[in-house]
Design a protein around this ligand. Structure first.
Ligand SMILES: Cc1cc2nc3c(=O)[nH]c(=O)nc-3n(C[C@H](O)[C@H](O)[C@H](O)COP(=O)(O)OP(=O)(O)OC[C@H]3O[C@@H](n4cnc5c(N)ncnc54)[C@H](O)[C@@H]3O)c2cc1C
Length: 410
């Protein structure tokens, strides 16, 4: 039987792999996307009903990436004919002396993102009394917020990849990747014994990255990417107040700094419910998930909801929760780099998206294909913070002047 040789084989069909497959196929490259489970499964990081859009980062390199990603989301939406990216305001809040929040404000100013810093009374007025901030807190308001529909977005990029000629295969668990001495390309092997030949390869396997990369490089590359099981909780808005929490009525996506770091989105996916989550979780192996709620976080969330929303949201218990995986690096920065060694510049890896990568998916897809095509990627993005070698230089990765946002200890 003839073996098809692809120009690009993408391993992992979450948002990053699906965007890379779309970008690759759109450029006319023969593209194969391989996924170990069902497409659109719920065992990784890219499923569910909502992801926050925000350009409010303490690091300028992320703010620039968020801005650069938006036109790419719009291009894909225009091509498919429906929407997955819904913009709204973003409200960040926290103690005025919180270093990360202060860095967010400086970062907005340095990147020309219009930003307003409000005191608690101004926040109350601006949001029609819907948020109550304690004394000494500030609200940071920008127009670059909103919600992306994750499962719908992954499905969109997969459909567009197919439209541009990509081949998509699920239930193919890759467990081998090597140089093919005959073709000079790469040979990808699946657990079932199937082999796929490609000129180049993208590895976007989320929380499975450490294991797969260690295996295929014979231990040469050990990435400190840790799977963390987290939870998204939905809370009941009390009768009569439902409309106040909808995007249509101007309710923003939001994040609350300090401990606990809490985030949420307007009431969109489940009428009458609002998503309020804790940016944290428990370290696990991806195969040993419990899918159970993070009980320890509930009292923190309850307190936060009562403080910010008063009695307009029932804080006694979430009515529903969904389990999800973060793939954390020690500095919460991504890994986007060549695998090197025998693979040289023919294999790129993108992982460790640390609970905040979704909004940049199409840009990451473009960067990965740029890297494979020309060895570099130009644009407003800076890939230096995402080098794998930073962990050799310092096991904690990039130094930061502020606390981490994701918490794995309660
Ligand atoms: C609860 C939660 C809330 C979040 N909120 C936000 C947010 O508000 N804003 C934001 O921007 N980001 C957010 N994120 C982060 C964002 O969702 C992730 O950064 C992003 O989904 C990561 O995508 P990925 O493609 O790297 O990983 P994944 O989606 O996990 O995809 C990796 C894929 O690779 C497959 N795979 C693994 N190993 C193999 C193998 N050996 N062979 C074949 N396939 C394999 C997996 O099955 C999986 O489908 C959130 C994440 C979670 C969990």
């Amino acid at each position: 039987m003839e073996t098809i040789e692809f120009d690009v084989i993408v391993i992992g069909g979450g948002i990053m792999g699906s965007c890379a497959a779309y970008e690759s196929a759109k450029r006319g490259l023969r593209t194969l996307l391989l996924e170990q489970f069902d497409f659109l499964h719920h065992r990784g990081s890219s499923h569910g009903e909502s992801r926050t859009i925000r350009a409010t980062y303490p690091e300028e390199y992320y703010a620039k990436m968020v801005l650069a990603a938006e036109p790419l989301w719009r291009e894909a939406e225009a091509e498919i004919g429906y929407s997955v990216f819904f913009k709204n305001r973003q409200l960040d809040m926290g103690p005025a002396d919180n270093k990360a929040l202060q860095a967010v404000v400086s970062c907005c100013r340095n990147t020309s993102i219009p930003v307003r810093v409000l005191d608690p009374e101004q926040v109350r007025e601006d949001f029609g009394g819907r948020f109550r901030l304690p004394d000494g807190w500030v609200g940071v308001v920008t127009e670059h917020g909103g919600v992306i529909k994750p499962t719908k977005a992954v499905s969109m990029f997969q459909a567009l990849a197919v439209k541009h000629g990509a081949t998509l295969r699920d239930h193919v668990e890759v467990n081998g990747l090597e140089r093919d001495s005959r073709t000079g390309g790469v040979s990808v092997t699946a657990k079932g014994g199937e082999k796929f030949l490609g000129k180049r390869c993208v590895v976007t396997v989320g929380a499975w990255a450490r294991r797969l990369v260690e295996t295929v490089t014979d231990g040469r590359v050990v990435l400190p990417i840790q799977a963390v099981e987290t939870n998204v909780s939905y809370w009941k808005i009390r009768t009569g107040h439902e409309e106040e929490f909808t995007a249509g009525s101007g309710f923003p996506s939001f994040a609350s700094y300090d401990f606990p770091y809490v985030y949420g989105t307007p009431s969109i996916e489940f009428p009458g419910l609002i998503k309020v989550g804790w940016h944290g979780g428990r370290e696990i192996e991806p195969e040993r998930r419990t899918f159970a709620p993070l009980e320890g976080s509930l009292s923190l969330l309850k307190q936060w909801i009562e403080g910010r929303f008063g009695d307009r949201v029932d804080s006694s218990a979430p009515v529903m929760s969904q389990s999800c995986l973060y793939s954390m690096t020690p500095d919460e920065d991504y890994v986007i780099d060549f695998l090197g060694g025998e693979f040289g510049k023919d294999v790129v890896i993108a992982g460790g998206f640390s609970g905040h990568g979704f909004k940049m998916g199409p840009l990451v897809g473009r960067i990965l294909v740029d890297l494979l095509r020309s060895g570099s990627s130009s644009g407003p993005h800076d890939l230096d913070p995402f080098r794998m070698d930073r962990f050799k230089e310092n096991c904690k990765g990039n130094g930061k002047d502020f606390d981490h946002q994701v918490n794995v200890k309660l």
